[in-house]
Design a protein around this ligand. Structure first.
Ligand code: CMP
Length: 231
């Protein structure tokens, strides 16, 4: 199956610079397909050209989403790099165009192409950073703190100024994953924050009405956590 369109060429270049591999490794995979399960042996890595893939882990019989990956992202490299079973399950949640690269090709790519190696290392570093952020968030006790902390961090990373409205360029559905709570719990918290005029919904995104107010509320939650037991 040929995937060599101009758009996908750009994407492959963006992700790992592997445009010439389309004809050989490209596939279209429908929504609902499980590419592999946690614990499976792994011999391939994947590069997403379009669509979405959910990476999840089973924790006490509940499937928890770790991350949703979209165009230009790759996954499945860990089993190849560390010769361990798959660390998580990968499910196509939006029809995908994907490159499926076997172990030998991937290893030879990173051995021979410094640029590809640097991209892989940068992605792994970013993923570790994100995992650390998630750990920090999970250490917070209540859902309101988790959401407020996440919104504050994302807004700061995106350069929100102290005053004025800031529409967060971050899909609302990914916020629950980032905060480590369910979508229903996220809705409940956002409703409370909207009632307090701190946020509002804008076309599937969350808008922070005043960054100052959110920062102040985050500090209040920290103080409450620190000193709440004294009263
Ligand atoms: P692998 O262990 O081969 O199979 C599951 C893949 O999911 C893993 O490689 C990574 O590519 C990806 N993965 C695992 N944990 C995370 C995470 N926390 N964030 C992003 N991707 C992950």
């Amino acid at each position: 199956m040929t995937l060599e369109t101009e758009g996908s060429l750009d994407l492959a270049r963006e992700s790992l610079g592997v445009s010439h591999l389309f004809d050989k490794y490209g596939e279209i995979i429908p929504r609902g397909t499980v590419l592999f399960y946690e614990g499976d042996p792994g011999q391939e890595m994947y590069i997403v050209l379009s669509g979405k893939v959910r990476i999840s882990k089973r924790v006490r019989h509940v499937e928890k989403t770790l991350v949703v990956l979209g165009k230009g992202e790759f996954f499945g490299e860990m089993a190849i790099l560390n010769s361990r079973p798959r660390s998580a399950t990968a499910t196509v949640i939006e029809d995908c165009k994907i490159l499926i690269i076997d172990r030998e090709t991937f290893e030879s790519m990173i051995r021979t192409n410094g640029e590809i190696s640097v991209r892989v290392i940068k992605k792994l570093a970013a993923r570790l950073q994100e995992a650390n952020n998630q750990i920090e968030n999970l250490l917070l006790k209540d859902n309101v703190s988790r959401v407020v902390n996440l919104l504050r961090r994302l807004a700061r990373e995106r350069g929100a100024s102290a005053s004025g409205e800031f529409v967060m360029d971050y899909p609302r559905e990914d916020l629950a994953t980032g905060a480590g709570i369910s979508e229903r719990q996220l809705e409940e918290v956002l409703k409370k924050l909207a009632a307090a005029k701190m946020v509002r919904a804008v076309e599937g995104r969350v808008s922070i009405l005043r960054m100052e107010a959110l920062e102040k509320f985050a500090r209040f939650l920290e103080m409450k956590d620190q000193f709440g037991g004294l009263t």
